[in-house]
Design a protein around this ligand. Structure first.
Ligand code: ADP
Ligand code: ASP
Ligand code: MG
Length: 405
């Protein structure tokens, strides 16, 4: 008997028929004698629909109310999944995040899990029930409902696996596993059998939506090995785990594209100590996450600062910068959102050279211009024209020999 946490994403519980299929899969594992905790997302599209409704009422809905609203999506699917299990003769009980003892901090819409008190869940497991838990939500110390950031059901599953000391954590989705690139964009992408936490984290934070990046961070911190696999078939998926030596033999594990960034240019600011500090302090105080940063060489005492921010934060960035412009020389702020970030990721980069040259050459050959560059030990990212982003992913994928022929 094993204790297993399974997570089913939005497409996997997308309608009543799919929920029935999930119930059958859960029943099969239960019949094998396993203890099961099942985390479910909202039906595909529901979270987006709820956000759109709120924004139709006001462009900036209050974060607390958004959390109240968004939690509804998962509350529907937990109950339906439990009901489906009853329908096939399995004893099951549904829990909201709060009922499952998932305590978070107070940051609405992107709360962090602080602790999990799994007592009630444990009790039901001991009584032989399958426990269904709402993904993506928790409760803070003031008793307020919080949500864990988009894609946050992955985090619920991994955190529960850690708290319940599960033997296995399985993330069921609508693809067979983690691929070398988004298989919907790069048709020649291959399924990866095993990937390190660090590579998965870099891919996830660079735009591969198959796993929420914070969930991977959590898994790494608590050593939760997990498998990403399809809810539509029984193919083996991708195992995500600690790096092992042979992983370095592959230079580039995968390619990711992020189309949700915008480029901010602060032009004509005084080229003197303190200007950059003022800009990034103002952004930090407004909780704007800055990614790539480039400052050009100053001419005649003025310089330009260019950086990227999440597209959802461009208004915040503009509002934060306007009041400090006079103090840094009266420059101007321009926001461009027709950009995309392309990243290539692999632990093998630590021991191989020429990765940047190969990437830049492949983009040059395709006539794709590079606007910004950043590198880390296991990743190279470039900002390019959004209209060419998918082409860029394909040529980079080919250039690093990742194509499945
Ligand atoms: P779920 O609702 O199950 O959480 P998501 O839509 O969040 O599913 O994530 C699965 C999707 O991630 C896939 O349908 C696929 O298009 C996309 N994706 C992006 N990059 C990758 C990748 N490298 N490997 C697999 N899927 C990827
Ligand atoms: N329903 C939430 C979202 O769409 C959480 C999740 O699906 O993981 O972001
Ligand atoms: Mg997801």
């Amino acid at each position: 008997m094993a204790r297993i946490v399974q997570k089913y994403g939005g497409t996997s519980v997308g309608d009543v028929e799919r929920i029935k299929k999930v119930a059958e899969r859960v029943k099969a594992s239960r019949d094998d004698g396993n203890e099961l905790v099942v985390v479910v997302s909202a039906r595909a599209g529901v979270t987006n629909e709820l956000i759109a409704r709120a924004k139709a009422l006001t462009p900036t809905p209050a974060d607390r109310e958004l959390d109240q609203l968004l939690a509804v999506g998962e509350q529907e699917t937990i109950a339906l999944t439990a009901i489906a299990l009853h329908g096939v003769g399995v004893d099951a009980v549904s829990y909201t995040g709060a009922q499952a003892g998932i305590f978070t901090d107070k940051v609405h819409t992107k709360a962090k899990i602080r602790t999990i008190n799994p007592q009630s869940v444990e009790k039901d497991l001991k009584a032989g029930r399958v426990v269904i838990v709402a993904g993506f939500q928790g409760i803070n110390d003031d008793g307020q409902v919080t949500t864990l950031g988009r894609g946050g059901s992955d985090l619920t599953a991994i955190a529960l696996a850690a708290a319940l000391k599960a033997d296995k954590c399985e993330i069921y989705t609508d693809v067979d596993g983690v691929y070398t690139a988004d298989p919907r964009v790069v048709k020649t992408a291959r399924k990866i059998e095993e990937i390190s936490y660090d590579e998965m984290l870099e891919l996830a934070s660079s735009g591969s939506k198959v796993m929420q990046s914070r969930s991977v961070e959590f898994a790494k911190k608590f050593g939760v090995v997990f498998e990403v696999r399809s809810s539509f078939n029984h193919n083996p998926g991708t195992i995500v785990k600690e790096e092992v030596a042979y992983m370095e033999r592959v230079v580039v594990r995968g390619v990711a594209v992020d189309k949700d960034q915008a480029k901010v240019v602060v032009s004509n600011i005084l080229d003197k100590p303190g200007s950059a500090a003022r800009v990034f302090r103002a952004l930090a105080d407004a909780s704007v996450l800055v990614d790539m940063i480039v400052q050009n060489i100053g001419r005649q005492g003025v310089a330009n600062l260019t950086f990227t921010v999440p597209r959802t934060d461009t208004h915040k960035a503009q509002r934060a910068l306007e009041p400090i412009l006079a103090a840094i020389g009266g420059g101007s702020v321009t926001i461009l959102d027709n950009i995309a970030k392309l990243s290539v990721v692999g632990v093998g980069m630590k021991t191989h050279s020429g990765v940047a040259a190969t990437l830049f050459q492949s983009l040059a050959d395709a006539g794709i211009n590079i606007e910004l560059i950043s590198t880390s030990e296991i990743k190279i990212s470039v900002v390019i024209d959004q209209a060419r982003a998918d082409d860029a992913a394909r040529v980079a994928h080919t250039a690093f020999g990742l194509d499945n022929h």
